[in-house]
Write a protein that binds this ligand. Sequence first.
Ligand code: GLN
Length: 539
Amino acid sequence: MSTTKYIFVTGGVASSLGKGIIASSLAKLLQARGYKVTIQKLDPYINVDPGTLNPYEHGECYVTEDGAETDLDLGHYERFLNSPTSQANNVTTGRIYQSVINKERRGDYLGKTVQIIPHITDEIKRYIKFLGSKKKFDVVISEIGGTVGDIESLPYIEAVRQMKWELGTDALIIHLTLVPYLQASGELKTKPTQHSVKQLLENGVQPDVLVLRTEHQLTPDLKGKVALFCNVSKEAVIESIDVSTIYEVPIRMKDEKLDEIVLKKLGLPLGIEPDLKSWNEFLYRYKNPKKEVKIALIGKYVELRDAYKSIAEALIHAGAANECRVKVEWIHSERINEENIERKLKGCQGILIAPGFGHRGIEGKIIAARYARELKIPYFGICLGMQIAVIEFARNVLHMPFADSTEMNPLTEFPVIDLMDEQKNVVDKGGTMRLGSYACSLKRDSLAFTAYGKQKISERHRHRYEFNDKYLAKFEKAGMKATGINPDTNLVEVMEIPDHPWYLGVQFHPEYRSTVLQPHPLFVAFVKAVIENSQKNSI
Ligand code: GLN
């Protein structure tokens, strides 16, 4: 194919309608028809990236192979498409302004007044076209964060208007809206959609396809009415009805022919019939589990589940791989103490300690790690969760009172987790952690090796602290072994207790690499161990 086609996904009426899932589902269908597709998220906030955001603000920060700290929607893109994204797939207003201001300081604008139009919009377009310019993709889908009408997203909508004008049928706009159902009158209402499209039209943008999120089936009459009021063809009004899992959305979108109408409007051949065999097999396994287990997910942001999005999804993938429904018991680490631990974990057959930063909730996690170790309950510690396992072991097995991470207690007598050397002179908070993919070599006789089935692995990171090598001999002698090591720096990446059914902590983030078609081996092995434990006993 000669030219790259650009699809823009905007949203109206309300936030959280699932633009990311619609974009991912469309991309999945186009990919299944043989097209090379990538998805990009344009975020209107002024942070340069979401790395400095508290998870309560926007949920999890998703880390790419190349070490970019990005919006959690990129996780959906990777989980659906099974192909990696990069820094270029997430652009924020902060990044756009930063590069424009840098250019201005360099004198690149030759004395011109620097303005939103054309300079900011040009920069937005440059970031959008950059993915197309690599000639790797037939289609680039750009999801515009926020809701149409937000002041912050105006420059993006303007950039979309300009690109549509420049590219004609090589560009296409999909607008996602909500059709609310009024219980009292038993009616679905189209007015919010009409208003939302009017708002787009005020900005000079005419959507080509409308995706209507709804709790109830839309009648042909209703679709016809929306088509008439919004200047779109009737076949381009697509119903997106609520479903029990996001992984069903591609199937629904295929039934609604979203991919066909998009290809037709872009002047592209339909290609092969979408091959969704493995996807459907996954859905079948997910919906028809043969068993069920309950896993405690312990973290300090559990009120906002999006803070642990990739972990929750990885557990779903691993559950399906084991033909098992994984029920997650979300437990707030701050509310755990010695007295209530047994009650809190009642009915859970596995314990996962989530990543995190700072002191809040640490002691509850340490109590849970001890409980898992002593009662031989499968334990999976991720990043901070590995560090917690190490601190707990130091305090309760190695008799190092108040052993700690220097992140929590810089004055501890036993700094079993300590700041990495490369971090010692770092002052800025944004983008300065150890980020992205690094190699790790696994010891043959280990749970990790058994799970991966290979010795050389590579996983993504996001941390500043590490296991303090000074204590390694003591740990290993007492029964906690380092089974994964970075071959270049010697940094400990995996810790295990061999004398336990399944007790494993990883300094990296396996959850970022779990996809529908490639569930992560550690999550699969963990869930398997939990199933085995549940067959033996319940807590
Ligand atoms: N706070 C810890 C560190 O920086 C763990 C980070 C994490 O869990 N992502 O090393």
